[in-house]
Design a protein around this ligand. Structure first.
Ligand code: SAH
Ligand code: F3S
Length: 441
């Protein structure tokens, strides 16, 4: 009987990409197949996130639940990977002895070896080192024909924003070569993928080489757009400081590049941006948005926001609202600041009360929802060319696609052969974060 594997993923898209790679690798090297649920698994993997405090606490709750399964099934192995693993290392096993393996975001390719060592020796395995890009030489590249696929192009981050753990947990920034990435894109395209989403923590600082010379994200996008069947290109997450003119200009030349970008501003106050060490001020950020909008007037922008950063006054917060009103962001993410271990912000005096932080978050989120709903409403009555992703999760009688501005569109249809293709959808109804429509004839 085949060994069974169950992977649970917390956090960002990079983690989702890594988890999919772990599954491919363990299938190929160890003959694992995916378990339907946790109870039938021989190996349980948790790919963790440590971006905020709650994310970290979730890890130990999850291990607690898995420990109960292990009590009934002593051969079961539990492996913890991702950013909490990278941050805590062997402390994870000290606190949760049910864990057998701890690995980091850069050592996931060693999972088969760590798993076999543990089985053979019964000694717990810990490897949270940062061998540069080594994992990409070991991970299988498999096209599964998904309409939209992630491709990781750079790992780690050197920006050291004062609030962020990523540079510590994922290590220094390294870029894959353009040849290596294009090879992966071609394999995906051959299997039916139509949309590529390039991933990196600071993706527009990509510096991979092409024919041995240091290159850029702009060059990579242009080359990828020429690959047959690649009809849409996204990239995430961008840093405003690194969004240089050559990247802005690609919007003019490459129609495959979608009219949506996630460009986290975090705050609209120059004082707070400086304390966050973001390397831009509100004026520069707004000028960049303007530059992109001149080339692509229908461009939609989304952002991440942190409220209640140490020292944030009501006036600082108001400046964030002003930036929101100016840019008119579409769907965005917002968080209450959470002090993280080994970050400079965690040592800054924080005199904003938790109640005040919550209130600011509510005000900010309701404004963002209003704007998002406004975007949706404007689309009612239009016809939108959508890439069809698959059946709607809530209602299998409906299909789901995305517009070029990244809006989800649901429509009644049993035509499964539309999945992976483009279709024109007549938009009839607006919801805050999605649209409803019908297939245009
Ligand atoms: N590389 C991306 C962000 C990665 S983390 C960038 O350049 O912006 C994703 C988001 O989590 C961040 O944009 C930030 O808004 C939020 N975040 C990160 N650290 C946080 C913290 N300590 N407290 C609250 N939110 C945080
Ligand atoms: Fe974090 Fe800033 Fe890098 S938010 S991932 S340190 S760009």
């Amino acid at each position: 009987m085949k060994k069974k594997l169950y992977i649970k993923t917390h956090g960002c898209q990079m983690n989702e990409y890594d988890s999919a790679k772990m599954a491919d690798l363990l299938k190929e090297k160890e003959g694992f197949e995916l378990a339907k649920n946790e109870d039938e698994a021989d190996l349980l993997i948790l790919n963790t996130c440590s971006i905020r405090e709650k994310a970290q606490e979730k890890v130990f709750h999850q291990i607690g639940r898995w420990r109960k399964i292990k009590e009934e099934k002593p051969d079961l192995k539990i492996a913890i990977g991702g950013c909490v693993a990278s941050q805590e290392g062997k402390e994870i096993i000290n606190r949760a002895p049910a864990v057998d393996i701890v690995f980091g975001p850069q050592t996931l390719h060693k999972l088969p070896e760590l798993y076999n060592n543990k089985k053979k020796t019964n000694i717990n395995q810990i490897d949270i080192s940062f061998p540069k890009l080594e994992k990409f030489n070991h991970l299988p590249v498999k096209g599964k024909g998904e309409p939209s696929a992630f491709v990781s192009i750079a790992e780690g981050c050197n920006k050291y924003c004062s609030f962020c753990v990523v540079p510590k947990t994922r290590g220094h920034e390294v870029s894959r070569t353009i040849e290596d990435i294009l090879n992966e894109v071609s394999i995906l395209a051959d299997k039916g993928t139509r949309e590529i989403n390039f991933l990196g923590q600071n993706v527009n600082n990509f510096k991979g080489t092409f024919k041995g010379e240091k290159s850029s994200l702009a060059v990579l996008i242009e080359l990828a757009s020429k690959i047959d069947n690649i009809e849409r290109i996204r990239f995430t997450t961008s840093h405003p400081h690194e969004f240089k003119d050559d990247l802005v200009e690609v919007y003019d030349r490459v129609p495959e590049l979608v009219s949506h970008v996630h460009l986290p501003v975090q705050s609209g106050s120059d004082k707070i941006l400086k304390l966050m060490r973001r390397r831009y001020n509100a004026e520069k950020y707004l000028a960049l948005i303007e530059k992109i909008r001149i080339i692509r007037p229908d461009m939609s922008f989304s952002s991440d926001f942190i409220v209640g950063f140490p020292g944030e006054t009501n006036e600082d917060f108001q400046q964030t609202i002003n930036v929101i009103n100016e840019v008119k962001f579409d769907e965005s993410y917002s968080f209450i600041y959470s002090p993280r271990p080994n970050t400079t912000a965690s040592e800054m005096p924080d005199d904003v009360s938790p109640e005040e932080k919550k209130e600011r978050l509510n005000i900010l989120q309701s404004r963002l929802n209003q704007l998002s709903f406004g975007y949706s409403r404007k689309k009612v009555g239009t016809s939108q060319r959508c890439l069809i992703y698959g059946q709607s999760r809530r209602d299998p009688g409906q299909l789901q696609g995305r517009t070029i501005c990244n809006r989800i569109v649901n429509f009644q249809s049993n035509q499964l052969d539309l999945v992976g293709h483009f279709a024109n959808i007549q938009i009839q109804e607006a919801l805050t974060n999605s649209l409803r429509g019908s297939l245009a004839h």
